[in-house]
Ligand binder design. Structure first.
Ligand SMILES: O=C(O)c1ccc[n+]([C@@H]2O[C@H](COP(=O)([O-])O)[C@@H](O)[C@H]2O)c1
Ligand SMILES: Cc1cc2nc[nH]c2cc1C
Length: 345
């Protein structure tokens, strides 16, 4: 379905040679060195460039929220926050403005009729998913459509010159989807995958665990990642999966943000494991399952700031660090060019 070529690891030696010959003690730029190496591998060059950073925020509603107390927030907050994105007042707006990101907001399936707006991409699959405590969240056709449309949005950004992209989301109830997907992919117990989301009390959390345990019993877990997406997904979650797969196929650098975005990646990496070669991980969410997701993927996040907002905010906040990696590998002097003695030789 997606042709994602693994990066050429044989090139690593040359990259490490370039990094080790910068005028610094060996390894002294720590994580920046790891990021720089990854950028070189992704772009297959010793002089990687970051062009037109892009943030796609996908919004969708979840049928279960109307019927079951899985979230501390009412469903209406999803569309209210989309209106806030369009006004420029949300966290993701201000951070995108700070760091020069091109931000697009996508209606993946919000339970609201938006007036047409230049800033909103209308990709509405339906007015929210079905309540998956009763039936699968979406049909196979809806799931496939979500993946395809999101890929088309990424292609448009790529054609306009972007080579680094991230994926944010807004959807009341979507930590429930993420937990169900996480449990299905990682085979960890559903209880161990569930957290407070936008702000449940302890009592609320225990109800969420009961509800989602029954949801998992109803549908079971599948070995087929798309079946899990259909049963438990949100439209925004499915679109992030499709967008990530297409971006990796196009050899863009993907910045993977919090708990829900990482659940989309969990599905994507079952579809094509090579996608991981193209991913940087921006921060570790305070949602308790996220640390386990990152451990499962055997990856380390750039930041630990205790964020759990979503919207892709962690990715944009981490961007200046990724830029610093690109700048040092391109602009720092080497021992050869500077006359500084290499203490390692
Ligand atoms: O990105 C995260 O790690 C994250 C962790 C917890 C909550 N959120 C945000 O909170 C909303 C979902 O929370 P909930 O409790 O309604 O499932 C959704 O809009 C997410 O963007 C996001
Ligand atoms: C206000 C608010 C903003 C959000 N942004 C992402 N998820 C959110 C959840 C709430 C409740």
């Amino acid at each position: 379905m997606f042709k994602i070529t693994p990066t050429n690891k044989e090139f690593s030696k040359e990259i490490i040679h370039k990094i080790n010959n910068k005028t610094k003690p060996l390894g002294s730029l720590g994580t920046l060195e790891i990021i720089a190496k990854k950028l070189c591998l992704i772009q297959n060059t010793l002089t990687p460039k970051l062009n037109k950073p892009t943030m796609l925020v996908f919004a969708g509603d979840h049928g279960i929220v109307k019927n079951q107390p899985v979230s501390s927030c009412p469903q209406e907050v999803t569309h209210q926050m989309v209106l806030n994105f369009l006004e420029g007042g949300a966290g993701i707006n201000v951070f995108c403005k700070q760091h020069g990101f091109d931000l697009s907001v996508i209606d993946a399936g919000v339970n609201f009729e938006f007036e047409s707006n230049k800033k909103l991409i209308n990709a509405k699959i339906a007015y929210g998913t079905k309540d998956y405590s009763l039936a699968p969240a979406m049909t196979k056709e809806q799931c496939e459509k979500a993946i395809k449309i999101a890929g088309e949005i990424v292609v448009e950004k790529y054609v306009n010159g972007s080579n680094i992209i991230s994926f944010g989301e807004m959807g009341i109830g979507n930590t429930s989807s993420a937990s169900l997907l996480m449990s299905a992919v990682t085979k960890q117990s559903i209880e161990s995958c569930i957290g407070v989301g936008a702000g449940l009390t302890e009592e609320g959390l225990s109800k969420k665990i009961d509800i989602l345990t029954k949801v998992q019993q109803l549908h079971g877990v599948s070995e087929n990642p798309l079946e899990n997406l259909q049963n438990f997904g949100g439209f925004e979650v499915a679109m992030m999966t499709g967008a990530m797969l297409k971006a990796a196929e196009l050899k863009m650098t993907l910045i993977i943000d919090g708990f829900i975005a990482t659940s989309s990646l969990l599905i994507a990496q079952v579809i094509n494991k090579n996608i991981i070669d193209y991913c940087l991980f921006s921060h570790q969410s305070n949602e308790q399952g996220h640390i386990k997701m990152l451990k499962f993927l055997n990856v380390s996040p750039i930041l630990h700031l205790g964020l759990r907002l979503g919207e892709g905010t962690g990715a944009v906040i981490a961007y200046p660090i990724i830029q610093s990696a690109e700048i040092f590998i391109n602009q720092m002097a080497s021992f050869e060019s500077s006359g500084v003695v290499n203490p390692v030789q």
